[in-house]
Ligand binder design. Structure first.
Ligand code: ZN
Length: 185
């Protein structure tokens, strides 16, 4: 097989060279999938999806906390439930709380899972998201990190959404927001 050619049914490749020994990777059929493997050290690029953690915070009036995605972010200018990637070695609720604090300034107890979804919107960067209920215990509302604004919204007056996964979650709550642009979300 031409090692530079993407086999049928394979996701777009991400590595060209082995991250362990720098040999050029080659496509190989392993199990029921095409995967990139190092012909030298036999490293297999399993390429699992990244895990994201989100925190859903409602205020006393039933409004939900959202952040606007800042310059340079995918879906810049669109709104999302505060979320981010789990670091390697980090416990998932700690990750969720860290992302909430970075993006909104608020500190919360991170509780039950309220939504889980696979996200296929970018074939080169697949993710699995887990949304937790958050109960604010401190901090001051102040946008930061990837967010340039943070605010609470009524469920019947949600801002333009960045992600189809947040959209599906809001639908599950009985809200009827405008769907995100299907070309980019
Ligand atoms: Zn190698």
């Amino acid at each position: 097989m031409d090692e530079t050619q993407l086999p049928e049914g394979a996701w777009p490749g991400e590595y060209t060279y082995c991250p362990m020994c720098t040999t050029r990777l080659a496509w190989e059929e392993i199990g029921d999938a095409h995967r990139m493997r190092c012909p030298s050290c036999r490293f297999i690029h399993w390429r699992n999806p990244a895990v994201g953690a989100a925190v859903v915070v409602f205020d006393d009036e039933g409004r939900v906390l959202m952040i606007r995605r800042g310059p340079g972010m995918t879906q810049e200018g669109k709104w999302a439930i505060p979320a981010g990637f789990v670091h390697y070695g980090e416990e998932i609720r700690e990750a969720a709380g860290r992302e909430l604090e970075e993006e909104t300034g608020l500190i919360a107890d991170v509780g039950d899972v309220v939504w889980v979804a696979s996200n296929f919107h970018d074939p080169a960067k697949l993710t699995v998201g887990i949304w937790f209920a958050g109960s604010v215990t401190g901090g001051t509302l102040q946008a930061g990190d990837d967010a340039d604004e943070a605010a609470f919204f009524d469920l019947d007056d949600l801002p333009p959404l960045a992600f189809s996964t947040d959209f599906a979650y809001f639908q599950s709550l009985g809200a009827d927001p405008a769907p995100p642009d299907p070309a980019s979300a």
